[in-house]
Design a protein around this ligand. Sequence first.
Ligand code: ATP
Ligand code: LTN
Length: 332
Amino acid sequence: MSEAKKTIFSGVQPSGKLTLGNYLGAIRNFPILQEEYNCIYCVVDMHAITVRQDPAMLRKQTLEVLAQYIACGLDPEKSTLFIQSHVPAHAELAWVLNCYTMFGEASRMTQFKDKSSKHADNVNVGLFDYPVLMAADILLYQTDMVPVGVDQLQHIELARNIAQRFNGVYSDTFVMPEPYIPKAGAKIMSLADPTRKMSKSDENQNSFVLLMDKPEDIMRKFKRAVTDSDSRIIMSDEKPGVSNLITIYSLATGKSVDEVEKEFAGKGYGEFKPAVGEAVVELLRPIREKTEDLLRNKDYLESVYREGAGKAAYAARKTLDKVYRKVGFVKR
Ligand code: ATP
Ligand code: LTN
């Protein structure tokens, strides 16, 4: 990993199947960055167990996310791709950072509040500590930029606060990470309720499109997408459903919002919704096919995550050693 290039880090949880929201908000940007930066992309399986997971499914989904990283354009020769639990430094740094994170600031995290109300029977300490582990992920690699959807902004701010506090006590140790949030697509909304984020853990299967969905399912979900009674196809705060579809269509086709509005001026949902569906089918087709190919080649995936973990562990160790020295641990 070159010293001169800036470092990018991001992670995706293998907590389910990836959605169009995950792709348009985050993963779509990963390959664009790999040409210019030192990029590290992780499958954050340790984050995923903050919510109860079926072990066999978790193993399967972890490989699936890795395969989808590659299918979406990440090149293991250019980017470091690995699985979080393979690099113990994440858990080790998270412990230290726990001691520099205030209970009050962790309590303010909205994702914790949302997830603890959703999983009221399992409000475990890991769920509360989730953002500290995420701060460790980011700070371990002296990350300059973190590409994520807008829902993760609060967690990145927490990571910055923790870094600043630690740097203040012990002199500069961590680089201050900046969020990298796309102008369009940072928050793709549910197709069933456009006031809510599209989320892979939504119970309503029609609310999200999965990267692995079959074309006929994608078409059905878009045809059913909730819009409103005024049938104009324009971007407007009063029309969250249509605005969401315009954003998706614009990103899938590369057309600007203006162009989309012109294309569908005077036309109704009957024409617009299937057009969005078809554009998404074409956007996702190569990703689905490549993912299926990769999943048939487990040896290759294993070689990618093994090599990735080796590279990541080397970089992570450097930061962890520095941190251990600064806090006063005896050198081993
Ligand atoms: P869950 O739905 O179970 O809460 P998630 O999909 O929000 O999970 P991750 O899989 O870890 O959580 O998210 C991976 C990346 O996708 C993050 O950068 C996140 O900000 C982004 N992301 C998730 N949902 C959306 C969305 N609806 N629109 C845009 N970006 C999203
Ligand atoms: N919290 C993120 C996933 C995540 C992440 C990270 C993202 C874990 N560690 C480090 C960026 C950088 C999520 O739920 N979307």
